[in-house]
Design a protein around this ligand. Structure first.
Ligand code: IVH
Length: 679
């Protein structure tokens, strides 16, 4: 066979296999027998073995390929992946419609209703019709690059079908949900049980856990599927103008779209559709936890816009969460990293929505009193979406009189220290919270270290709850800076810790030294400082040192930082133990510079001025000088040109100084520079 003939045969085989994949996995209407399919597939594989250049990334043979990854790369979503606001009643659906109508007076509105698939949100990127990347939602603006994993899902087309009326966009992001069918979930759990592995709690956890695998070969074995219901950026001549048109178009490109969709023209029609969906959703092969209501017209969507979290033009209607009845045996107290005491119900184990529940949160003392929950009560528990199961109420008819009122401890059950009542802290806490006042309480110490190591913060692989407990118990780690002086021989002394895991842990800790500054700020667990605020701070300050030295006023100038957050920061940075902690982190070589830093260069006395730093300054580091310049609105460049306004020269300044002299650029020593800064 000549290369040309091979190419032609390759194209033919690819087309046939693609058509079959679409018919089988997307439309569930196979056109080939398994044997015929296998024969085509083998021929294609053999052909590519002979002509490796034909095995392009979009070839059907390339679904499961590559070596396991060390970690996922991050990808930015061009259009953010938002979430949805929830409603739980017909009333709220009507209110939602009224709200949108108010924003669009005089417009006749029409809506769509789709099942809310209970899976994992993903985004796919296609360039010129070929799948180039796939990502998780992550925090909405940045997710994990899970392309290799998503390629293993056969209902995700590697190449889009084109049609002459709607030319393929140059680039597009398609959004949807990866899920595990209920049947697939049961099968997977049965296999895991047989292998002595921990079963997944529910299909969504199983889907999420599967997509997190670093080895695509494992993912390929998981019965994952996908449904696509939206788009992000579309860079193309033709664009759909409504949800109805979009779903139609996605279908024609070869995607699986929601199996059922209602087009509604009034709130009554919406409510009827929601009810209908509730009646039939039991029969769907996947779990649904609600209905998604969307304004049909994209033009009108644009006019109502989005908040930072969710669109104003769509809403989720959540069906009543699954509930179960069981007995509350005991109440235990959990101490969190901020010292908050949370009562936890220890229950008679009960099966609920795919998993066995033996604990549920009681939130806090106030809730417990309000609901009058007593030891020995029969209670209703509920599992709603991502929330840990909660105790909803007591079944009063089942009271026997033997139930006892739970007394909150007067001292911390972990450290015996005093318990105080504080109000309103942290954000999201209810009115009054019982708190262990001893910040050396082992539970708090553990909580802080776990938080530091968590995936959202410094992301230290292997440092989970169990290990942190061991480290704290053995006194090896008292605060997070201690992690950086751990030694192999100390770790191997710990129970169930082999040399290999110890080595991995040390590598994980080492890797965390280079994390971006916002992760560190978040990881410190400062009251009110979540990941969003940490990022805002890292955008506003080039280094941790700058942030540490900043006044309350300057902090409140930072976007997204109000006075409560600013005060919390100032207080935290003011405490001696925290200062020591930060100094030790610096000494350990943990990165304290922010790559997110983007100064507001249009403002300040140095606005529009470019500086070049050269040589060693007597009293400040290059980072500090840079931070100063940027804080005053100036820019720092690495090379001298006619555009340079100032060169700040220290000792042993070399060629940059010479060039500045040649070009007649103003040269400053450190003292002159500081004077210019107004210091
Ligand atoms: S639209 C900008 N449609 O539910 C709005 N979401 O709780 C994007 N979901 O993040 C969402 N089925 O992961 C939309 N038919 C559907 C959906 C759906 C499931 C998920 C999605 C979203 C989450 C919000």
């Amino acid at each position: 066979m000549t290369l040309k003939e091979a190419q032609a045969r390759h194209a033919e085989l690819t087309e046939e296999i693609r058509t079959h994949d679409h018919a089988y996995y997307v439309l569930a209407k196979p056109v080939l027998s398994d044997r015929e399919y296998d024969r085509l597939y083998r021929e294609l594989r053999d052909l590519e073995a002979q002509y490796p250049e034909l095995a392009t990334p979009d070839s059907p043979t390339q679904r499961v390929g590559g070596e396991p990854l060390a970690e996922f790369k991050s990808v930015d979503h061009i259009t953010p992946m938002l979430s949805l606001d929830n409603t739980y009643s017909q009333e709220e659906v009507r209110e939602f419609v009224n709200r949108v109508q108010k924003l669009l007076p005089k417009q006749t509105l029409d809506w769509t209703v789709e099942p809310k698939v209970d899976g994992v949100a993903i985004s796919l990127r296609y360039e010129n019709g070929a799948l180039t990347a796939g990502a998780t939602r992550g925090d909405g603006s940045t997710g994990d690059d899970i392309t290799a994993n998503l390629k293993t899902i056969r209902s995700i087309p590697l190449k889009l079908k084109s049609n002459p009326r709607q030319p393929l966009p140059k680039a597009m992001e398609v959004r949807g949900e990866v899920y595990l069918t209920i049947a697939g979930f049961k099968k997977l759990n049965a296999e895991r049980a047989a292998n002595g592995e921990e079963p997944f709690a529910n299909p969504r956890n199983a889907a999420a856990g599967s997509l997190k695998q670093l080895d695509p070969k494992i993912v390929a074995k998981r019965p994952l599927d996908v449904v696509l219901y939206g788009t992000g950026q579309i860079d193309g001549a033709w664009q759909p103008v409504s949800q109805v048109e979009l779903l139609d178009w996605l279908g024609s490109l070869g995607f699986r779209t929601p199996g059922k969709m209602w087009h509604c023209r009034s709130p009554d029609e919406l409510l009827a559709a929601i009810e209908q969906l509730d009646r039939i959703r039991e029969e769907f092969p996947y779990e649904t936890d609600g209905a998604v209501i969307k304004l049909n017209s994209f033009g009108l969507r644009e006019r109502v816009g989005c908040t930072s979290k969710a669109p104003r033009w769509a809403i989720a209607y959540k069906y009543a969460a699954e509930r179960a009845q069981t007995k509350l045996n005991v109440i235990t107290i959990q101490v969190g990293r901020t010292g908050a005491l949370t009562p936890v119900a220890e229950l008679e184990p009960v099966f609920l929505a795919g998993s066995t529940i033996s604990r549920a949160t009681l939130h806090n003392e106030e809730e417990l009193r309000r609901k009058d929950i007593r030891l020995g009560d029969t209670v209703i528990i509920e599992k709603a979406g991502e929330v840990i199961p909660a105790v909803v109420n007591v079944v009063l008819e089942k009271r026997t009189g033997a139930e006892r009122i739970f007394e909150f401890p007067k001292s911390c059950p972990e450290c015996g220290g005093p318990v105080s009542r504080s109000t309103g802290l942290p954000v999201g806490d209810p009115g009054v919270v019982l708190r262990c006042a001893n910040s050396d309480c082992p539970a708090q110490v553990r909580g802080r270290i776990e938080h530091w190591c968590s995936r959202g913060a410094m992301d230290i692989e292997g440092a989970g709850e169990v290990l942190v407990e061991q480290l704290v118990k053995s006194n090896l780690v008292r605060d997070v800076s201690d992690l950086y002086s751990l030694k192999l021989d100390q770790l191997v002394e710990l129970e169930r810790m082999g040399e290999k895991s110890a080595q991995n842990l040390l590598e994980g800790i080492l890797a965390s030294k280079t994390r971006d500054l916002w992760r560190l700020i978040f990881g410190l667990g400062i009251l009110h400082v979540g990941a969003g605020v940490a990022k805002a701070l890292a955008r506003a300050f080039p280094t941790l040192e700058e942030l540490r030295r900043t006044s309350l006023e300057q902090l409140t100038d930072v976007e997204d930082v109000g006075s409560v957050i600013a005060q919390s920061l100032v207080q935290w940075f003011g405490e001696t133990r925290n200062q020591t902690l930060l100094d030790r982190l610096r000494e350990a070589g943990v990165n304290l510079n922010s790559s997110l830093y983007s100064p507001k260069s249009a403002e300040g006395p140095f606005a529009g001025k470019t500086f070049v730093l050269t040589g060693t300054l007597p009293s400040m580091t290059r980072e500090q000088a840079t931070a100063k310049i940027e804080a005053l609105g100036g820019k720092v460049s690495s090379s001298v040109s006619k555009k340079t306004d100032y060169v700040v020269a220290g000792e042993e300044a070399g060629s940059k100084l010479e060039k500045a002299q040649k070009l007649g650029v103003k040269i400053l020593n450190e003292a002159e520079f500081l004077r210019l800064c107004g210091d």
